[in-house]
Design a protein around this ligand. Structure first.
Ligand SMILES: *[C@@H]1O[C@H](CO)[C@@H](O)[C@H](O)[C@H]1NC(C)=O
Ligand SMILES: *[C@@H]1O[C@H](CO)[C@@H](O)[C@H](O)[C@H]1NC(C)=O
Ligand SMILES: *[C@@H]1O[C@H](CO)[C@@H](O)[C@H](O)[C@H]1NC(C)=O
Ligand SMILES: *[C@@H]1O[C@H](CO)[C@@H](O)[C@H](O)[C@H]1NC(C)=O
Ligand SMILES: *[C@@H]1O[C@H](CO)[C@@H](O)[C@H](O)[C@H]1NC(C)=O
Ligand SMILES: [Fe+2]
Length: 460
């Protein structure tokens, strides 16, 4: 079918105004509600019961396993993944390994899911390309991925960073931009995937559509998932009481490998990075499982092995947009002093549908009597990046607090994604790409210096 092209009217007034230390970009995009792409844009793949919605993620703590997930809409089988090393003698006619999936289904209001399969393939070689195949005969589908290099302090690795993607025409632009950039090897996804819950009765078919929409990246490189509020799907009005039900059935993560007791918070090592995923929507007060886990987890990080300590959490702690202002505050109060103590390098958050990067600041002196509540420059503090600008149906958050707080280095209300290029134990290069520019243009870019190995101030 023909789709009416959506015409974006861009009002490109592009100059920047410097206030205090930070920059509020004056780039203004015409604000209009983002519209979800019609369901028909993402039909199931051809063939009876063909495997669809294929996605992969790291399956262990160090990168030698991969979780392969897919859906078969009608039958329980095929529930097997075949895989083989790309360079092996004889190619795909060589020795194939097979792993059976664990298969699950769920119901949500009047929706019944297809058969959701998760297979963990283990003992892979580092830095090696593999093919894998799902289904049989004429309805089989083949994909590939490359495992990460062995964990080590100077291993370069490049991540895409995307948040709050949704499935609008804007989401498509963000996603296509990321896919067209050959640099990204894995994606750090900071929560809010499909926005199915913005549809009547949380229309869970929108979860299926989203799975098909992102497949051309998620089937080929791991997306590291963090949960957002749009994964909650808590809807007592339609008798859906189990938080995260669709998300937890569809997106498996290797949480047990980091001794977590919940898929909503966990950690992985990948190349020279140690990535900690937190849940803004699970208990984090003192004595809670997440609190106790994080307390032990941070102490385990060995910066001689993984110099880069990166946290993903949906609700930002430092964000100067009026939208969701201070929602992350209670978690900041609980955990910020640990982030400073353990010299976390970077914290990526989503939730707020605009882009913002902070200075290295902390606000941990406060106790209930001393009145010390202002963030201060702190060389041991992370840079906080809010990148909830994937392009979802709720539109942009264009209203910033004024004046720009001194902790805010750069902020702009545009959709986009980022690329984080870790070079070695001391240097990482970071760029944020707004959708209205071509991929080569970075609207915000900076070097990050590692807090453990090279705790100098980054150049402006
Ligand atoms: C679910 O219920 C809604 C509202 O009654 C209806 O529009 C929709 O078609 C139903 N879906 C299914 C799969 O039955
Ligand atoms: C998504 O973007 C790609 C690349 O620009 C384009 O080919 C495709 O038609 C878009 N999809 C929709 C539904 O607009
Ligand atoms: C930290 O990692 C380095 C490099 O892999 C290793 O030599 C060292 O033994 C580790 N330290 C601890 C306490 O495990
Ligand atoms: C609160 O902070 C003040 C000033 O830093 C300090 O003197 C006081 O001991 C603190 N109170 C507690 C209970 O830690
Ligand atoms: C680390 O990478 C940066 C940027 O590419 C480079 O300038 C620096 O010399 C590298 N450090 C080492 C020890 O190789
Ligand atoms: Fe959110």
């Amino acid at each position: 079918m023909m789709l009416l092209p959506i015409i974006f009217c861009l009002l490109v007034v592009q100059f920047c105004e410097v206030s205090n230390a930070g920059v509020t970009s004056r780039y203004v995009r015409k604000l209009e509600a983002s519209v979800d792409m019609p369901k028909q844009c993402f039909p199931p793949p051809p063939g009876f019961n063909a495997p669809e919605q294929v996605h992969i993620t790291q399956g262990d703590h160090v990168g030698r396993s991969m979780i392969i997930s897919w859906v078969t809409p009608i039958h329980h089988s095929p529930n097997v993944v075949a895989y083989w090393e790309a360079a092996a003698a004889g190619g795909h006619h060589g020795h194939k390994h097979k792993v059976h999936a664990k298969t699950t289904t769920y119901r949500y209001y009047n929706y019944s899911s297809g058969f959701i399969h998760h297979a963990t393939i283990r003992r892979l070689k580092y830095d090696t390309k593999y093919f894998y195949q799902l289904g049989k005969h004429d309805v089989s589908r083949r994909f590939s991925f490359r495992t990460p290099p062995k964990v080590g302090p100077d291993v370069p690795y490049t991540f895409g960073v995307i948040g709050d993607l949704g499935q609008t025409y804007d989401s498509n632009q963000t996603f296509e931009h990321y896919v067209s950039n050959p640099k990204g090897q894995a994606v750090l996804f900071v929560g809010d995937l499909s926005y199915a819950d913005n549809h009547p009765f949380h229309d869970n078919e929108r979860w299926d559509i989203w799975g098909r929409f992102v497949e051309k990246s998620t089937a080929y490189q791991p997306w590291i998932w963090a949960p957002g509020n749009h994964e909650l799907d808590y809807a007592p009005e339609i008798e859906e009481y189990m938080p995260f039900k669709p998300y937890m059935h569809r997106y498996h993560v290797p949480y047990k490998a980091s001794k977590s007791t919940s898929p909503l918070w966990y950690s992985i090592k990948r190349a020279s990075t140690y990535i900690i995923v937190l849940s803004s929507y699970s208990a984090y007060g003192k004595y809670t499982p997440q609190y106790k886990w994080l307390e032990q987890e941070l102490a385990k990080v060995n910066r001689s092995e993984t110099p880069w300590l990166i946290v993903l959490v949906h609700s930002p702690w430092y964000n100067s947009n009026t939208y969701h202002y201070m929602e992350g505050e209670s978690m900041r109060v609980m955990f910020e002093s640990w982030f400073v103590k353990y010299k976390v390098d970077l914290v990526f958050a989503g939730h707020v549908h605009s882009y913002e990067r902070t200075e290295r600041v902390s606000n941990i002196q406060y106790n209930i009597t001393n009145g010390l509540s202002m963030p201060v420059k702190d060389a041991s503090a992370p840079v906080y990046i809010t990148i909830g600008d994937g392009g979802n149906i709720e539109g942009l958050a264009s209203s910033f607090t004024e004046p720009q707080p001194s902790y805010s280095a750069f902020r702009e209300a545009s959709f986009g994604h980022a690329i984080l290029e870790v070079k070695n134990r001391t240097h990482a290069f970071y760029t944020w790409h707004r959708n209205q520019d071509n991929e080569a243009t970075a609207a915000d870019s900076t070097w990050f210096y590692n807090r453990y190995w090279y705790p100098h101030e980054e150049p402006k």
